[in-house]
Write a protein that binds this ligand. Structure first.
Ligand SMILES: *Cc1c(COP(=O)(O)O)cnc(C)c1O
Length: 496
């Protein structure tokens, strides 16, 4: 299986997956997509239904990463999702009212990013070997909180790969800050910037395109790569849990093979929901995908009007991992629906004018699969409260956005097919907002807030979060966003 860029037209350059995972972003600035989508037939489903999560992961990844051997993928999936990192099974399906909540946050950092970032370092190390790469990699990450910690945790002390993380100082929770600032490992660096997530992401993109950096890195026998969800090695592992959930619901006799399953995904960078779309294109009988946004509802507006307009106020919300105005992975959907020429045109317009509009037939095609809803701050709080009071289900702020939007979808369309809702973080990762949603006073001290939420709900605190309190802060630097390049140069100069 080969991969092509979303922005180059005829006479395409194609690359195998190891190259694409090593590279992150294509030379023309586009994102890599598989040339064709592998199809699952009935036989595949029967096989998958009998498997556990690790074997399903190896099976499904094997369809996309055809230059990795079955043994390599099974070893990578076992290291990533085995008992040392995750409980068994790694993902949990809870029935809440008539819906299925897919809890993706039982990994080491209590957020769904672990699902991809625990396995990606293994795929990356293998890719250096497979491509005969002699240079070492420096992974550069812009994060709105959860990616940073999950990437640090995944790459800490990895072989031949270092990692540098930038996060918006005001855009992440205190727990997220502490998680990143206390990360152990010799091969990593964490820096806060004055600005929002888009500033961090734009800064990282500029560094990737920077000629001085390129030259300095060549001299040091280093190259830059990404762990953001623009990297295919991040996206592919996310397809697995959508295929797996469908199989699991069959195994649990909740649905039969062929039954329609709608899916709601709390969305920021559009990576998670795009993985769901690819699962659907593989033949998983997914119906509508509800794209759930918070008050930064650029995607809701796009899905309703066909106009993507990022020229708007940026809000800091209770669901900071979704505070995003440039949803990078939307580019992959636009390519798959509208083709490379139109995709390149939209992206040019977005970068030059901050806006683009898709043709009516493109919007109609997108609407066959997707619909967009958003949840404002007060509805987020009300949803946390009402799910706890009505169903004894404690959700975090991001998941609450999904729960609310799935309810809106059902109310407005009358479509009552089975619904799967992706749950993306442990409620303890955002304990102050959860407590205040439940009408409780919030202790000043964040770890006291964890304990209070635990006393109230009886829900266990993930041990990696409770032990965080005693950890020492290693990284406390805050820089201007204009200084990111300097910071990268400085870190690179300290490597080896
Ligand atoms: C990253 C994240 C999201 C958004 O996922 P995307 O793939 O960027 O759309 C939602 N919730 C949480 C908790 C996250 O960490």
């Amino acid at each position: 299986m080969n991969y092509i860029s979303t922005r180059s037209e005829t006479g395409r350059i194609k690359h195998p997956s190891a190259y694409v995972i090593k590279q992150g972003i294509a030379d023309d600035g586009g994102l890599y997509v598989p040339e064709t989508i592998p199809q699952l037939n009935e036989e595949d489903f029967r096989t998958l239904i009998k498997m556990n999560y690790i074997d399903r992961a190896a099976y499904i990844l094997g369809l996309f990463l055809t230059d990795y051997t079955k043994e390599e993928l099974t070893a990578a999936a076992t290291a990533a999702y085995g008992r040392r990192k995750f409980p068994s099974p790694p993902v949990r399906l809870s029935q809440v009212a008539n819906d299925y909540v897919l809890e993706l946050w039982h990994g080491p950092t209590s957020a769904f990013k672990d699902m991809a970032l625990q396995i990606m370092p293994h795929l990356m190390s293998l890719s250096l070997k497979k491509t005969g790469e002699e240079r070492d990699a420096l992974i550069l990450v812009a994060t709105s909180g959860d990616t940073g910690k999950a990437a640090l945790e995944g790459y800490a002390d990895a072989d031949r790969v270092s990692i540098q993380v930038f996060y918006p100082n005001e855009g992440v929770s205190n727990i997220q800050k502490k998680q990143m600032a206390s990360q152990s490992g010799k091969n990593l660096c964490v820096t806060a910037i004055k600005g929002n997530f888009d500033d961090a992401q734009s800064g990282v993109k500029a560094i990737f395109a920077d000629k001085d950096i390129e030259k300095a890195f060549l001299d040091k026998n280093l190259f830059l790569s990404s762990a953001n969800s623009i990297n295919w090695g991040r996206l592919a592992p996310q397809i697995v849990y959508y295929v797996s959930s469908y199989c699991e619901l069959i195994k649990l006799k909740k649905i039969k093979l062929g039954d329609k399953l709608n899916v709601t995904v709390p969305t920021g960078n559009f990576g998670n929901i795009l993985a769901c779309y690819i699962a659907k294109k593989m033949g998983v009988p997914i119906g509508k995908m509800v794209c759930a946004s918070n008050r930064n509802k650029v995607l809701t507006d796009f899905l309703n009007t066909g106009v993507y307009d990022r020229r708007r106020t940026f809000y800091t919300t209770f669901s900071p991992s979704m505070d995003i105005l440039i949803s990078s992975n939307l580019e992959r959907l636009l390519f798959m629906v509208a083709g490379a020429a139109r995709c390149a045109k939209y992206m040019r317009s977005l970068s030059e004018n901050g806006i683009f509009e898709v043709e009516k037939e493109v919007l109609d095609a997108i609407k066959e699969d997707f619909c967009g809803f958003f949840c404002d701050e007060s509805s987020t709080k009300d949803t946390i409260n009402s799910y706890y009071k009505s169903y004894n289900y404690l959700s975090d702020t991001h998941t609450a956005v999904g729960l609310f939007c799935s309810g809106e979808y059902k109310r407005q369309t009358g479509d009552n097919s089975a619904m799967l809702i992706a749950s993306t973080a442990s409620p303890y990762k955002f304990a102050p907002a959860v407590l205040s949603s439940l009408g409780e006073t919030v202790p000043d001290e964040e770890f006291e807030a964890l304990r209070k939420l635990n006393r109230l709900s009886g829900v266990r605190i993930p041990s990696r979060l409770s032990s965080l309190e005693r950890k020492k802060v290693r990284f406390d630097k805050i820089i201007e966003k204009a200084d990111m390049k300097k910071e990268v140069m400085e870190f690179a100069s300290k490597l080896k």
